[in-house]
Ligand binder design. Structure first.
Ligand code: FDA
Length: 369
């Protein structure tokens, strides 16, 4: 009766992983995407022999053996280790907060000295037992120097609100590393796909019918008629015509700049922590791949208020939005013809490894493994 077993709306990492596994299990899949390319937000665009992370820097990292084993069937990874820097008051500091950071900030050399300094900084705020907002929470956890140099203005740019009006729950803990180790992630596996994320997506979608520039909402009756089931990885509120209201997001704008120099900042990621810079970070893409090209491409990342014409990037997981999302979720559970997956379908921030893990788990459910 149906041409396809699954119509997969969205060719991002979730849709592509789902399609690959279902196709491998004999299920006929059609993948559609409204964008002109596949890969969703992990898409890389190649220009001047440089792979530009078109929707923001993507560094793969995981401690999930199953995910690592799975994804390595479709790409090899280089040995890139994420070691971002933070620019504040004319100086560059290492992240995550570690002995290099403390050495530059306080001129301390040993872990004992650093520990003592952190305790001294925090002691000023020891009477805050129930932090009422993010500012109080951060001051309690790290004290003035770290908060005002690195956290306050950066967080305010990111969320578009004063830190004392943001919920304390955004910051649960501030990890301090008392070693001179600049590796941002603690995961055992990390890297950038050797041939880029676009090649990775192409490998996942090999032998699967794919249509780009195809929006599900442009022909709903047709798309509903061609497949036994739909996996929808777009916005769940849009699918249900916003009947319970719109879910809110934080958006971003990316400004890609081509420069006639071979090395602009000497590192892939530099955060700009101060409010006087409207962007939160500058990415220099070639450093993700140890590039030797004669020119370079950088991207400035500007946090934005989300309006319906913008790309939704970060879900706002506050009470109001979660309540709204739960209504959509309950409605979705009543409809066995459509499944919702991925960061937009599940209204959650997922790293790439969580996205893959979640897609694998859905295929197991669908295949009743
Ligand atoms: P994704 O959004 O990629 O795909 C959804 C697709 O559906 C899109 O292609 C969209 O066009 C399509 N679509 C939507 N509606 C449609 C419709 N009506 N019809 C047709 N198509 C439709 N993770 C990590 O591990 N390391 C990192 O460094 C980063 N960095 C990072 C930076 C930034 C700025 C963000 C926002 C996110 C990250 N991530 C990350 C997270 C990573 O981007 C995320 O895990 C995956 O991209 C999620 O893949 P999805 O398939 O769920 O969504």
């Amino acid at each position: 009766k149906y041409t396809y077993d699954y119509l997969i709306v969205g060719s991002g990492l979730f849709g592509s992983t789902f399609a690959q596994i279902m196709n491998g299990n004999g299920k006929k899949c059609l993948v559609i995407d409204k964008r002109g390319h596949t890969g969703g937000n992990i898409y890389t665009k190649e220009e001047n022999d440089i792979k530009i992370h078109w929707y923001g820097a993507h560094i793969f990292h995981t401690d999930n053996e199953e995910v690592w084993h799975y994804i390595n069937k479709f790409t090899k990874f280089n040995n890139y280790i994420n070691s971002p820097l933070a620019y504040s008051e004319g100086k560059l500091y290492n992240l995550p907060f570690n002995m290099n950071t403390f050495n530059k900030l306080w001129n301390v050399n040993t872990p004992e000295e650093a520990k003592h300094k952190i305790q001294e900084q925090c002691s000023k705020y020891k009477d805050i037992s129930q932090p009422a907002n993010l500012e109080e929470q951060a001051l309690k956890l790290c004290g003035d120097d770290i908060y005002y140099t690195f956290i306050k203005e950066y967080t305010e740019k990111q969320w578009g609100r004063p830190a004392n009006q943001l919920p304390a729950s955004i910051i649960k803990r501030i990890p301090f590393r008392l070693t001179y180790n600049n590796n941002y992630f603690n995961d055992p596996y990390q890297g950038i796909p050797k041939d880029g994320y676009t090649a990775l997506t192409n490998n996942l979608l090999k032998d699967i019918h794919v249509q780009t520039y195809t929006n599900y909402f442009d022909n709903i009756p047709y798309f509903q008629s061609i497949a036994e089931k739909i996996l929808f990885t777009g916005c769940i509120d849009e699918y249900f015509e916003y009947k319970f209201g719109r879910l809110d997001y934080r958006s971003l704008k990316f400004k890609h700049i081509y420069l006639d120099t071979d090395n602009y900042q000497g590192n892939a990621v530099i955060n700009y922590n101060e409010a006087k810079y409207p962007f939160t970070r500058i990415i220099e893409h070639k450093h993700f791949e140890f590039g030797k090209q004669p020119s370079t491409i950088i991207t400035k990342e500007y946090p934005q208020k989300y309006t319906p014409s913008d790309e939704p990037y970060y879900p706002i997981n506050d009470e109001k939005n979660l309540k709204c999302f739960n209504k959509y979720k309950a409605l979705a559970e009543k409809n066995s013809h459509v499944i919702f997956g991925g960061r937009l379908g599940q209204y959650a921030y997922f790293d790439m490894d969580d996205t893959i893990a979640s897609a694998i788990s859905l295929t197991q459910k669908e295949l009743s493994i």
